[in-house]
Design a protein around this ligand. Structure first.
Ligand code: SF4
Length: 200
């Protein structure tokens, strides 16, 4: 992948017709946030609010995600947030394997541009698209994987926490693990050097 740039990325997503999802969207949702962030969060796909506004994670799940980040002292504008597919699947269904594979081209470009040190995979779709179809969120949430120098951790999608609040305990444990990983890697020193005894 040579000569990639954010302009090229946004042009390609905007013009993309590589899967049928483009035909029913109001807006494509490429992702947003700090393009120099050491931390990238990847979800499944846009929902209704995201489709209306063209911004990732702005609905109820997005608000919960913002709270979860705040609990480990991370302002949302200090991370980069996107989804596996950039177009909303009708009725919020799970994207098909073909749709995911088509959109991986864009996701790979995003990862290459942001060059995160840590990636959090929010939910089963992000886990399977990134690490492979034989990975299961219920078994693997909170587990760390290292790929080409990038640390990755799957955890529940915030939508799953809204549907089943009993999952929140595990999700908080995962966020603490994320905070510890960021501290171990000396990332966000301006935040974590000031919080010598973080406890959420
Ligand atoms: S979901 Fe991705 S691959 Fe499919 S049309 Fe939208 S941008 Fe293209």
């Amino acid at each position: 992948m040579s000569e990639i740039s954010w302009d090229l990325f946004h042009e390609q997503v905007s013009a993309c017709t590589m899967c049928p999802l483009h035909a029913t969207v109001t807006n494509k949702v490429p992702g947003q946030g700090d393009i120099h962030s050491p931390l990238m969060l990847i979800g499944e796909g846009p929902g209704q609010r995201e489709d209306e506004e063209g911004i990732a994670f702005v609905g109820a799940a997005g608000q919960l995600l913002t709270k979860m980040l705040s609990a480990i002292y991370l302002p949302r504008d200090r991370v980069y947030i996107c989804n596996v597919v950039k177009c909303r699947p009708p009725n919020n269904r799970v994207p098909t394997e073909e749709e995911m594979q088509a959109c991986m081209l864009h996701l790979r470009m995003q990862v290459a541009l942001v060059r995160p040190k840590v990636i959090v995979l929010l939910g089963s779709t992000a886990l399977k698209a990134t690490l492979g179809p034989n990975h299961y969120i219920t078994h693997e949430r909170g587990r760390w994987y290292e790929r080409k120098g990038v640390w990755m951790m799957p955890t529940y999608h915030p939508s799953a926490l809204l549907r089943d609040p009993e999952k929140k305990r595990d999700a908080w444990a995962d966020m603490q693990s994320l905070r510890d990983r960021l501290m171990d890697l000396s990332l966000y020193p301006d935040i974590y050097q000031q919080t010598s005894s973080p406890d959420i």
